[in-house]
Design a protein around this ligand. Structure first.
Ligand SMILES: C[S@@+](CC[C@H](N)C(=O)[O-])C[C@H]1O[C@@H](n2cnc3c(N)ncnc32)[C@H](O)[C@@H]1O
Length: 266
């Protein structure tokens, strides 16, 4: 099995252990933060949209709450069952158990979203190409990616750790997550007093997330076989190489990239 298939398998297992999207983690408020400064949730109202890499349906339900007319939810892993079960307005959703690169060339989508997914695909170019074909002219592709900039110290710690953790069985990884959880809680408290790395993310996002979902976030960092942390130029290039125009990028909370591009009219 190659790295791409291993990563999909890892997520299939992960999402069957952590299957709900409760609280701030699954809220429209968090979605608004992810889209900012390029889009507001109300701009999605009555639109035909897709999400690539839907996992447990967290973003799909946010899109429905924002008023999307129809959502295509793409998820290739065994989490597909969890996705179908979690969808809140099933009559407005089509779930597709396919890879992002297999998205049909509908040519009429207003928006495609891919939140926290492309950095887990070793060669994301075919996915970007498929999204381009699925959008209508003037339609937009918004992606959120892990960033390299702002994560220096974090990556110095997590990269060596991942060499081991991506191979651990669930019960061992879950025990390790428990050992990391309490120092993380302490670190978040310290961020109130000291200008520590990732302070902005800790205080504006992680502090608002429930203990259970914080554990999931630690697990999600350590579990997948493949994870790339994008430099700003690489994140922009991903959409520029896919022929997107008006590509704009935002350094979200100083640790990640939100990138948006438009399919040109001609
Ligand atoms: C970190 S999860 C993000 C889930 C969801 N977007 C969210 O934010 O809650 C990444 C998801 O991408 C999926 N994925 C991995 N490779 C993919 C591919 N080639 N095409 C589509 N989805 C893929 C995984 O199975 C996983 O569910």
């Amino acid at each position: 099995m190659d790295e791409k298939d291993r990563t999909i398998k890892d997520f299939g297992e992960q999402w069957r252990k952590y299957s709900d999207n409760d609280g701030y983690y699954g809220s429209l408020e968090l979605f608004s933060d992810i889209l900012s400064p390029f889009l507001r949730p109300d701009e999605i109202r009555d639109c035909r949209v897709a999400e690539i890499g839907s996992g447990t349906g967290r973003i799909v339900n946010m899109l429905l709450e924002a008023g999307a007319k129809h959502v295509l939810a793409v998820e290739p892993s065994d989490a597909f069952e969890v996705l179908c079960r979690n969808i809140e307005q099933p009559e407005k959703v089509t779930c597709l158990k396919i890879m992002g690169e297999q998205l049909p060339a509908y040519g009429d989508l207003d928006y495609v979203f891919s939140i926290g997914v492309l950095h887990h695909i070793p060669d994301p170019a075919p996915v970007v190409e498929a999204v381009f074909k699925a959008l209508r002219p003037g339609g937009n592709f918004l992606v959120w990616l892990y960033g390299k900039e702002g994560n220096g110290l974090y990556l110095a710690m997590v990269r060596p750790l991942r060499i081991l953790t991506k191979h651990l069985p669930h019960f061992m990884l879950a025990s390790l997550v428990e050992m990391i959880y309490w120092p993380l809680v302490f670190y978040i408290k310290l961020c109130h007093w000291l200008p520590l790395p990732l302070r902005k993310y800790m205080m504006s996002i992680l502090e608002r997330i429930s203990p259970e979902k914080r554990r999931l976030i630690i697990y999600d960092q350590l579990n997948p076989s493949y994870a790339k942390y994008y430099a700003q130029s690489e994140a922009r290039k991903l959409l520029l190489d896919g022929n997107f125009a008006n590509v704009r990028i935002h350094h979200r909370h100083g640790y990640s990239w939100t990138v948006i591009g438009t399919k040109p009219n001609s």
